[in-house]
Design a protein around this ligand. Structure first.
Ligand SMILES: Nc1nc2c(ncn2[C@@H]2O[C@H](COP(=O)(O)OP(=O)(O)O)[C@@H](O)[C@H]2O)c(=O)[nH]1
Ligand SMILES: [Mg+2]
Length: 431
């Protein structure tokens, strides 16, 4: 929540405020090519400033990635929501809303990353020192696993609110993609490293490419991913057991956060894929869990229609019961089932101490706005229209709730972790 003048003293959802000015977008919110909404005046000023250009192209104020075009389109949906917020909360006649759903804020449009970022802030200050003194020590990371095409990459993008990963029905993640988001005072071009794993020491960089503002990171990630696969497997099939990609992004609006996207767990490999895909993908997830356990929050991702009996994510959890305390269940594609099914699944027995979060990230329909922020609005609308506002109020639905839960898992885990992690918590709490 930002304190956005002139409405001093009233907590205004951060998502209603322009990322450039931090002020409430009460006049003319517009969506830019990066999918984020800005106050028209602020973003027009940004687009007229030649200093905000890299390689002759303006960069996104939020992500630092080059904007594909400079068109701006009115965000009518958000405009409506903000107007209703103003009349409910800020006008002289406004009365406080008291239902459970509205207590959780009328619309939490985007992830409250700042909360999550707070726990990393302390870590960042001492990260280098820890890496030097403890040798192989690495920072915490959010790791996703689940069946192929269940929506893992989409979930990570919604957590970070940055379009990062090659995704879609026909795109298969063939190697781990580690995204390191870092807060910094100025924008830097994203850098993509191809890394070779080393079980006995530091991983080795085999190639690095700086992504210029003409390119979107996910297209370069896709190209490098296929280069690695062709080199290692001699054809565009299978996954890599030896390499991974590391994408480094930094900018003033980014949180300090590591995300690890893994190849999906394959049930029945396509005829063009190696017959060992099931075992290979499970083995890679097993290795990653072993290597990151103790510093990861795992997201076990399942389509809400996936049966527990055949769920690949559950199979992984059965093999690794020790991660139940640091794993969150995520149900995806809630739009593809009926309300009753969502309720039933949310009441399903689970070994996961922190339970499940239901999400909905259907791609935009015709005439609907694109971009992650619009997606966040549609997600809240969906659960409210389905009569499931209570799930939002209880922090059990939407990606925003997921971010809060991840943050809670970190706190519990850091407090009980002792040693280095407790030290980190002390530093971040004192910050
Ligand atoms: N209808 C619907 N489609 C989704 C949802 N989440 C993801 N998708 C789509 O499912 C496909 C696979 O998603 P992706 O994130 O690439 O899955 P991954 O293979 O697990 O990383 C993409 O076309 C997404 O747009 C959702 O909640 N509802
Ligand atoms: Mg993926």
């Amino acid at each position: 929540m930002a304190d956005a003048s002139p409405y001093v003293g009233i907590a205004i959802p951060k998502e209603y405020c322009c990322p450039l000015s931090s002020l409430l977008m009460d006049k003319d919110p517009v969506v830019a090519a990066d999918g984020f909404t800005y106050s028209r005046r602020e973003i027009e000023k940004w687009l007229q400033n030649p200093e905000k250009k890299v390689n002759q192209r303006h960069v996104s104020p939020v992500t630092g990635i080059g904007l594909q075009h400079t068109n701006l389109s009115p965000n009518k949906n958000l405009h409506k929501v903000i107007q209703s917020f103003i009349s409910n909360h800020l006008s002289p006649r406004a009365t406080p809303r008291t239902t459970a759903a509205s207590n959780n804020m009328p619309h939490q449009l985007t992830s409250s990353l700042q909360r999550l970022a707070k726990h990393f802030k302390g870590l960042d200050l001492i990260r280098e020192e820890l890496e030097n003194t403890l040798g192989g020590w690495q920072p915490p990371v959010v790791v996703v696993f689940g069946q192929e095409s269940c929506g893992k990459s989409t979930i990570l993008e919604r957590i970070a609110m940055v379009p990062l990963f090659p995704k879609g029905d026909n795109i298969c993640t063939r190697l781990p993609i580690l995204v390191s988001l870092r807060h910094s005072s100025s924008h830097h071009n994203p850098v993509l490293h191809t890394m070779e794993r080393n079980r006995h020491g530091a991983d080795r960089k085999t190639a690095s490419v700086t992504i210029s503002s003409e390119h979107e990171p996910h297209t370069i990630v896709q190209r490098c991913m296929l280069d690695v696969i062709r080199r290692e497997n001699r054809r565009e099939a299978g996954i890599s057991q030896q390499s991974y990609l590391k994408l480094e992004l930094s900018g003033p609006h980014l949180p300090n956060l590591d995300l690890l996207d893994l190849p999906g767990l394959v049930v029945n490999p396509a005829s063009t894929e190696p017959s060992t895909m099931h075992d290979d993908t499970h083995a890679l997830v097993d290795t990653t869990i072993q290597e990151t356990e103790g510093r990861a929050v795992f997201l076990a991702v399942r389509e809400i229609s996936e049966k527990a009996r055949t769920s690949q994510a559950i199979k992984v959890l059965e093999r690794h019961p020790a991660i139940a305390g640091s794993t969150l269940g995520v149900f995806t594609k809630c739009d593809e089932v009926r309300r009753k099914k969502i309720t039933a699944m949310m009441n399903e027995h689970t070994i996961l101490r922190h339970g499940h979060v239901a999400t909905m990230n259907a791609p935009p329909g015709e005439g609907e706005q694109t971009g992650l922020q619009a997606q966040a609005v549609r997600e809240v609308d969906f659960f409210e229209e389905e009569g499931l506002a209570q799930l939002i109020a209880d922090g059990r639905a939407t990606c925003n709730a997921l971010v809060h839960k991840i943050s809670d898992v970190y706190v519990v885990w850091q407090c009980s972790g002792g040693g280095v992690l407790q030290f980190c918590l002390v530093v971040s709490a004192g910050d």
